[in-house]
Design a binder for this molecule. Structure first.
Ligand code: ADP
Length: 861
């Protein structure tokens, strides 16, 4: 069967439908052909829009319907076809003669697998849905009118599916299916999909209209406003006023409604204020602060524990346990997908890497980092900000830090928590408690900002030098991680791997320009630093690098100056030589014959000149030799050995006490913890005739004074049965180096040992040191800072150390190279101490003898 083809793009073509269709044009020839073929043509869907002359067979989907064209009419809007479609056909071949399309077709049977009732039921359903949809549409009545004229599924599909958002392929699929029921399902699905979109739009419109919708609308308008402002700023930068800029920044900030209201109020006041009104400047500072603050959470990369571990290892040498604990915390954060519960508190001496570890954690988490110092904070307002009514009001340190970080979820290191002070101006610790409390910190209100800010996305890490000074409620909220001091070996590694490369870079030196031997580094550690950390070591290395950099640069400058000087002299010589040549005088003037006096003057002059030329020439050769030397004298590389250190760093500055060579009776060696690490200390006692007084010297703190009193009382009670009479004696206890304040209970057993040594006249070994608090019952109580103390003992040349038995657990924190060289003896009571120190056996229970002795005497009487 050969038919004329009428192509249709993006149109629902179905059999058995009475169509009114618009087409591009219909030529007279076409009309003629149509007439000849009983007004029959094939409506054939096309897969892409194309002008008719270019159409090829592949452009058609393949199936179409035979259509009986009932009428063709022309109107200003184009050509209209009124046609009735019949059977479905399939294109077999096609001819395109200058846009005049004909084709051979075969019939495609259709299965009518749905009863007339079934079809009506489905049609009613579709009509119902369409009516409900038409209520939300403009011209809904027209739709309802159309619906009345739909008597079959095909009619409905041909009219309504045309308006549903279906692709040309989906529209063709309605024709291509060979069963009626399948076509019904496709139409129903398309209608329901459309209904979903309409429902959603209705919902959005509704939200626009109710109170919540107003907010949504406002946010959308503000967003648009910000975009317009941006565009305006790009087009005409001069037209951007400060006010506009604030409006733009507020709109773009994403701040919550409550904050926005407050900030917009401030902006209004700012706009109303006269330019010379002091309030304007205050408001400007405020607006700058709140608009620069980040109000939305930054995207952070997912946590990769292995990568995090590598970052921690790269930045810090050693600190195995600390890193392990940090990784656990990071793992928890990764699993819980939040900031991970406990707040870490790093406690350790200065320079042990607390702050820099915080920085590494930020890098490992892919977050921004900021450090907030709490040192010397006395006033609550320093944490929580001053109210804006104060002159010179400022935000608190926390919000200031958050602003500096440029993120809403940074890692904030709160440094020097133990330096927090309390004063009459409120309690900064309680404000900090609020900052750190996950229950409260999502609405932290800085007085200056006067609007809540969500701190719950921040990762807080605190640092302190020691427990002392940290308010207990804060301490309770944190998990403490101790950073023990570094051993000299640790310091050597840290210097080689981390500090020297950094110092070289800071001094502008390359690695090959300065080599520092291990011996030199060790000497710096021993003789120029007194610290548990490595900050002092870094300073000394910086000095060393700077001085060597100066040496290198100086050698270059000297060489350069000498080169310039040599060049200048060579130029001068060359000038003289060419002047002589111009005068026709050879440097060799032997051939000159005696002449008249007049000419002899001239000859003298020339002879002088010639001599000068000779000497200049000689000088030039000398200089070139010198130049060689100069070039050789440029220092390219410096190698620093142990013996060179004093040349760069001056005489040694660190004096650690060494173990005594000989220990007189009444003297014992103790171990102390100081903020810069462990030290050994000597306790000296002496007795003289007097009236039972005790003298304490050496800048002892209250706790140490108490230890001395306890030691003395214990001594008296211990030796009560031995007729020890101290009533006519004065006892003097002294701890040298009076300029250094000393406190803490851990010298208790040392004081007692020194006193026992004094009264017994027996000496304690100079290589024995001890640490431990004593109770009045003679128990040895545990102490803190064991790793630092043992390190100090090892450095001082001590061989044996007595430690409280309860501290044995802490030995695992002590560097193995320290434990290996010391004989560590745990002690439980003063009897153990005295036996170890003086080989004297004290009775276990002393009270009975003391109280029973006078009684026995009475009975004897
Ligand atoms: P703290 O906060 O404990 O006073 P810092 O973190 O400021 O000490 O550290 C001082 C310097 O020492 C920093 O430059 C730091 O990188 C370096 N440092 C400390 N510990 C180590 C270590 N284990 N490995 C490498 N560098 C370290």
């Amino acid at each position: 069967m050969n038919y004329m083809i009428i192509p249709f793009f993006d149109t629902v073509i179905l059999p058995e439908v009475d169509y009114q269709l618009g087409i591009n044009e219909f030529s007279a020839d076409e009309k003629e052909f149509l007439k000849k073929s009983d007004n029959l043509a094939v409506f054939l869907p096309i897969s892409k829009k194309k002008p008719t002359p270019d159409i090829v067979m592949e452009d058609f989907f393949g199936m179409g319907v035979i259509a009986e064209v009932l009428d063709i009419s022309e109107s200003p809007l184009g050509t209209h076809l009124h046609a009735m479609t019949h059977e479905k056909v399939c294109l077999q071949s096609m001819v395109n003669e200058n846009g005049y399309l004909t084709g051979d077709f075969s019939y495609v049977p259709e299965e009518r697998d749905i009863t007339a009732d079934g079809e009506h039921e489905l049609l009613d359903d579709l009509k119902q849905i369409t009516i409900s949809l038409s209520e939300h549409m403009q011209g809904g009545e027209v739709v309802q009118g159309y619906l009345k004229s739909c008597h079959s599924l095909m009619d409905y599909g041909a009219v309504f599916c045309q308006f549903l958002n279906m692709t040309p392929e989906e529209k063709y699929a309605l024709l291509a299916v060979d069963r009626m029921s399948a076509r019904g399902i496709l139409i129903q699905e398309a209608l329901l999909r459309f209904k979903g979109t309409v429902d959603m739009q209705v919902d959005i419109n509704k939200r626009y209209n109710d109170a919540e919708g107003n907010l949504y609308k406002k946010a959308a308008i503000q967003k648009q406003l910000a975009l317009l402002q941006d565009e305006l700023a790009e087009l005409d930068p001069d037209a951007v006023t400060e006010e506009n800029e604030y409006v733009r920044k507020i709109a773009a900030s994403g701040m919550p409604e409550e904050a926005r209201t407050e900030v917009e109020r401030a902006l209004k006041r700012y706009m109303q204020a006269q330019p010379n009104d002091p309030e304007r400047a205050t408001l400007e500072t405020y607006l700058d602060f709140v608009t620069d603050l980040k109000w939305t959470v930054d995207e952070i990369p997912p946590i990769n524990l292995e990568k995090a571990s590598k970052i921690l290892d790269k930045d810090h040498y050693g600190l195995k346990k600390v890193k392990e604990r940090i990784l656990q915390q990071i793992a928890v954060m990764s699993l819980k997908q939040d900031e991970g519960g406990s707040i870490l508190l790093f406690i350790g001496a200065p320079g042990t890497g607390k702050t820099s570890m915080g920085k590494s954690i930020a890098a490992a988490l892919g977050r921004k980092y900021v450090r907030v110092s709490l040192g010397g904070v006395r006033d609550e307002a320093e944490i929580r900000g001053h109210r804006r009514t104060y002159i010179g009001a400022m935000p608190g340190r926390i919000m200031d830090g958050i602003k500096r970080s440029g993120a809403m979820n940074p890692v904030v290191v709160l440094d020097e928590l133990d330096k927090l002070d309390q004063s009459y101006n409120g309690n900064p610790a309680s404000a900090l408690l609020e900052v750190l409390d996950p229950e409260q910190n999502n609405t932290f209100t800085d007085h200056y900002m006067n609007v809540p800010y969500d701190l719950s996305k921040v990762v807080f890490i605190c640092t302190a030098n020691s427990y002392d000074g940290i308010p207990q409620p804060l301490l309770d909220r944190m998990e403490v991680i101790q950073l023990p001091g570094y051993t000299p070996i640790d310091k050597l590694h840290i210097a080689k791997k981390h500090l020297i490369p950094r110092s070289l870079k800071e001094a502008g030196l390359e690695k090959k320009q300065l080599q520092i031997s291990d011996g030199a580094i060790r000497r710096i550690i021993d003789d120029y630093t007194m610290e548990a950390g490595v900050r002092g070591l870094k300073k000394q290395l910086d000095i060393l690098c700077r001085k060597t950099a100066a040496e290198i640069v100086m050698s270059r400058s000297v060489a350069e100056n000498e080169r310039k000087k040599a060049e200048k002299e060579a130029r001068k010589a060359a000038k003289l030589a060419s002047a002589a040549e111009a005068a026709g005088i050879s440097a060799d003037n032997d051939h000159l014959a005696p002449l008249s006096s007049e000419s002899s003057a001239s000859i003298n002059y020339e002879a002088n000149m010639s001599a000068e030329i000779n000497s200049a020439a000689n000088a030039s050769t000398e200089k070139s030799a010198e130049k060689k030397i100069t070039e050789n004298s440029i220092i390219e590389k410096i190698s620093v050995k142990e013996k060179d250190i004093p040349k760069y760093l001056g005489t040694k500055t660190a004096f650690h006490d060494r173990a005594l060579k000989k220990c007189p009776s009444g003297v014992a060696t103790g171990l102390a913890w100081t903020p810069v690490g462990g030290e050994i200390l000597f306790i000296e006692t002496t007795a003289m005739n007097g009236g039972g007084n005790v003298v304490l010297t050496g800048q002892l703190g209250d706790v140490m004074k108490e230890s001395a009193t306890i030691a003395l009382s214990l001594l008296k009670s211990t030796f009560a049965g031995e007729n020890l009479n101290l009533t006519d004696k004065d006892i003097h206890i002294h701890i040298p180096e009076g300029a250094v304040p000393k406190d803490g209970p851990s010298a208790g057993i040392t004081m007692f040992t020194a006193l026992v040594s004094l009264i017994t006249g027996k000496s304690v070994s100079p290589t024995l040191a001890m640490t431990g608090e004593i109770s009045l019952r003679g128990q040895v109580l545990p102490i803190g800072g064991l790793p630092e103390k043992l390190m100090a003992a090892q450095r001082a040349g001590i061989k044996k150390v007595l430690i409280p038995k309860e501290n044995v657990e802490d030995l695992k924190d002590v560097a193995p190279e320290v434990v290996e060289v010391l004989e560590i003896v745990p002690v439980e009571c003063v009897q153990d101490v005295i036996w170890q120190a003086l080989e004297i056996k004290l009775p276990k229970s002393m009270a009975l003898d003391f109280f029973s002795a006078p009684k026995a005497e009475t009975t004897a009487e």
